[in-house]
Design a protein around this ligand. Structure first.
Ligand code: GLU
Length: 286
């Protein structure tokens, strides 16, 4: 079996215990299948990024012996590829300019899985006097399903549950959904392992893969680390940065979260030895 996996952090801040779980999970799953593990920095949204965060993330991976294969891909270097994909979709009538504001959509859209469902106002062309803001991709009502390695069968009807979604934002930035699909294909990713907060995004990604003629990887969306109030650890919920000087305790906490055993003498071991021990007990099969 060919296995190419990846870890794709956004450099909006340093890694915290939750993103460390995502890194370790995707790393161990790749190594358990004799696979390649790539790192891609998703630096597509400068207003949300923190200077120095990308380098801090890479240092944290190294401090935890999470060594990647090949070169790092920075999404900021891939804008031409995204533009090409958007042009292809637009030329084939699968994407269209939308002039609606967020407020207009909220006023008329039904509520779907992630806020208002775009009602398709601009699908047949912009109304006179409106200027283009975002670029949206056409969706349909047929179920888009896939087998998630953790959640089992997942299916969505995009036009009903999400609506025609944005692939280039009104501020001109490429939307995550498009960039991730173009780059997973570009990097020959066969197995995506990431947090369950992205489970609902996957049917959108499968839809784009089909429209662009790209093959689809398999997916595993793992449980998220929650804080004391039940929220996902994130910058918004003020999760502290992983401390690079205590990789053993950080990794031990990750193994505990994943229900993986630790060697008895783990406090005197190395990060590599902890990861190898976890690998020997890795329960997930692709
Ligand atoms: N960059 C995304 C994040 O940090 C992850 C994207 C993905 O794994 O598909 O949440």
């Amino acid at each position: 079996m060919t296995y190419v996996g990846r870890f794709a952090p956004s450099p909006t801040g340093p890694l915290h215990q939750g993103s460390l779980v995502a890194a370790v999970f995707s790393f161990l799953d790749a190594r358990a299948h004799q696979g390649t593990w790539r790192v891609r920095i998703e630096d597509l949204d400068p207003p949300r990024e923190q200077p120095g965060a990308a380098d801090a993330i890479l240092r944290t991976l190294e401090a935890h012996a999470l060594y990647w294969d090949g070169d790092i891909l920075y999404q900021s270097t891939r804008l031409d590829a995204y533009a090409e994909a958007m042009t292809a979709l637009r030329d084939r009538g699968q994407a269209y300019d939308c002039g609606c504001t967020r407020r207009e959509i909220a006023a008329i859209g039904r509520t779907g899985l992630e806020g208002p469902v775009y009602p398709g106002t601009c699908r047949q062309g912009l109304a006179p006097g409106r200027s283009p803001r975002a670029l949206r991709v056409c969706t349909h009502d047929d179920p888009i399903g896939f087998h998630d390695r953790h959640h089992g069968l997942v299916s969505q009807r995009l036009s009903r549950e999400i609506g025609d979604f944005v692939i280039r934002r009104a501020d001109g930035l490429t939307a995550y959904q498009l960039a991730v699909v173009v780059d997973d294909a570009f990097q020959d990713i066969t197995h995506v392992v990431r947090g369950s907060d992205l489970l609902d995004s996957t049917p959108r990604q499968l839809h784009l893969q089909r429209l662009l003629g790209l093959s689809s990887p398999t997916y595993l969306h793992h449980p998220l680390v929650l804080n004391g109030t039940g929220d996902k650890l994130s910058k918004q919920t003020h999760a502290p940065a992983a401390d690079d000087t205590t990789p053993l305790t950080n990794l031990a906490a990750v193994m505990d979260f994943l229900d993986l055993p630790l060697p008895v003498d783990w406090r005197d071991a190395t990060p590599t030895a902890l990861l190898e021990h976890a690998l020997a007990h890795w329960p997930f099969r692709a």
